[in-house]
Design a protein around this ligand. Structure first.
Ligand SMILES: *[C@@H]1O[C@H](CO)[C@@H](O)[C@H](O)[C@H]1NC(C)=O
Ligand SMILES: *[C@@H]1O[C@H](CO)[C@@H](O)[C@H](O)[C@H]1NC(C)=O
Ligand SMILES: *[C@@H]1O[C@H](CO)[C@@H](O)[C@H](O)[C@H]1NC(C)=O
Ligand SMILES: *[C@@H]1O[C@H](CO)[C@@H](O)[C@H](O)[C@H]1NC(C)=O
Length: 155
């Protein structure tokens, strides 16, 4: 039973520790005498990997937006997929990526599907223009956790 839970955790992308930490620190900052929202985030939607939004290495100020009200976090959400035959799995392909200001942010990945697996991976951060990443870092972390969980169940 324990091994089943260990196996499922990374799939669900649930990282209770980091989530709570992030929420607590956000809570403290917003509650402490700082009524004004001073946060700026990249805000855009990419539907191909070549889009300016997906690759922010050129500093494109047209994608920078002021966050308002309770939207005190920046996020990157990356949607991607793999397809498998009985013998092989394709490389991860991106099909959309969103950057935005947000009020609620759950870091981690949600994975659904069998032959075609869909991944929705979110990362969250709280300093201005921090959401420049590819959104793939979380995914790599989840794969590592999955590999470890698989290893444990085989013991
Ligand atoms: C950013 O979030 C706002 C509010 O949820 C939404 O209306 C908007 O479409 C989002 N922008 C992008 C580029 O996804
Ligand atoms: C990107 O452009 C903005 C606005 O022009 C500037 O404030 C910021 O320092 C630039 N960042 C980098 C990494 O060049
Ligand atoms: C910045 O992004 C906008 C919107 O995607 C695009 O039209 C423009 O060409 C980009 N500018 C540079 C210098 O990359
Ligand atoms: C998968 O591998 C087996 C054994 O090597 C082979 O017989 C089969 O044709 C392969 N299937 C595909 C879809 O490539």
């Amino acid at each position: 039973m324990l091994s089943l839970i260990l196996l499922l955790l990374p799939f669900l992308g649930i990282e209770y520790g980091s989530c709570d930490l992030l929420r607590d620190s956000v809570h403290v900052t917003s509650a402490a005498a700082r009524p004004n929202n001073e946060l700026w985030c990249y805000k855009c939607l990419a539907e191909v990997p070549e889009d300016k939004c997906a690759d922010l290495r050129q500093n494109n100020s047209t994608l920078i937006h002021k966050c308002h009200n309770d939207r005190r976090m920046c996020m990157v959400k990356r949607f991607s997929y793999t397809t498998s035959t009985e013998n092989s799995t394709t490389a991860l392909k991106m099909w959309a990526l969103e950057r935005n200001c947000t009020k609620h942010c759950e870091p981690g990945c949600i994975v659904i599907g069998e032959r075609t697996k869909l991944y929705a991976c979110t990362s969250c951060c709280t300093t201005s223009l921090c959401n420049f990443g590819s959104g793939a870092e979380k995914l790599l972390k989840s794969f590592t956790a999955l590999t470890m969980a698989l290893g444990l169940t085989l013991l």
